[in-house]
Ligand binder design. Structure first.
Ligand code: ZN
Length: 268
């Protein structure tokens, strides 16, 4: 993929400070960054905003809000702050991971309804504050405790129901296995609801459910094909490289960045 589209998600450089990731991006002529909120909180919102603005980097998306089941009020105190942070950072969207199942409740559709209510509330505030809400479905292995929205179809259904101001973040790692994924990418594109695209690779075998994601090209995902399908909808936003990997976090940052750029060019 064209390097102009590359955005670096800070999860790829988990051990570095925001300042360090920003400097690394600038040094490598990268145009955008996708920060996680913990990196923002380490320096404080004002300082984070200053660092990013001074660098000239765009913020493709802020990760993340959601986790609606954390309390019985849609985790609203934190989610409100997340929207305010995204607004301050001029983020292209606020990425949402829904959170898992309601406590002591095996009725999954009640969890889904509760999540949809939380998303509707967030979208209302997002619309007021100019922050697009990007719902990211996660792989079904996280359905119980991290994210009960597990397919692109389900995510788009919810977005369509809510209406303006909410779309999907398509993370290749989470949706590649789905036989319906191509049709749903097309559908999201037609609805104008592709708000984000994240890439890394699925290693086979995967040794850790969370922290063993691969560099693009090292796993089983046909990323070029997915990219082509996303681009053919007319989607023209940034593509975030987001790699949670205990192994890759050990590499010297310059070496890791060199690999990311090379793989983004040739494998995405
Ligand atoms: Zn993602």
């Amino acid at each position: 993929m064209n390097l102009e589209k590359l955005s670096i998600n800070t999860a790829t450089f988990k051990n570095l400070s925001l300042r360090h990731v920003v400097d690394l991006c600038v040094k490598n002529n990268i145009k955008a960054i996708g920060p996680w909120r913990d990196k923002i909180h380490e320096v404080g919102l004002k300082e984070a905003s200053r660092i990013i603005n001074a660098s000239g980097l765009q913020v493709s998306g802020l990760c993340r809000g959601g986790f609606f089941v954390a309390d019985n009020n849609h985790n609203w105190d934190d989610n409100k702050i997340a929207i305010e942070e995204a607004a301050e950072l001029n983020a292209g969207c606020l990425v949402i991971v829904s959170g898992g199942m309601l406590a002591n409740n095996k009725n999954l559709s009640q969890t889904h309804n509760y999540i949809a209510d939380g998303l509707a509330k967030m979208t209302e505030l997002g619309n007021e504050m100019g922050v697009p809400i990007a719902l990211e479905p996660l792989h079904p292995m996280y359905a119980a405790d991290r994210c009960s929205i597990n397919s692109l179809k389900h995510a788009i259904d919810i977005c369509e129901q809510i209406g303006e101001g909410i779309g999907v973040a398509i993370d290749a790692y989470h949706v590649w296995w789905d036989p319906d994924v191509d049709a749903q990418i097309k559908r999201a594109g037609e609805l104008g609801k592709i708000y984000g695209y994240h890439v890394c690779d699925w290693l086979a075998p995967t040794t850790d459910m969370l922290l063993d994601r691969g560099l693009m090209g090292d796993g089983v995902i046909d990323l070029k094909s997915m990219t082509q399908k996303i681009e053919s909808t007319g989607h023209n936003g940034f593509t975030e490289v987001e790699i949670f990997s205990k192994k890759l976090w050990q590499l010297p940052p310059d070496e890791m960045m060199e690999k990311v750029i090379e793989r983004f060019k040739n494998e995405v």
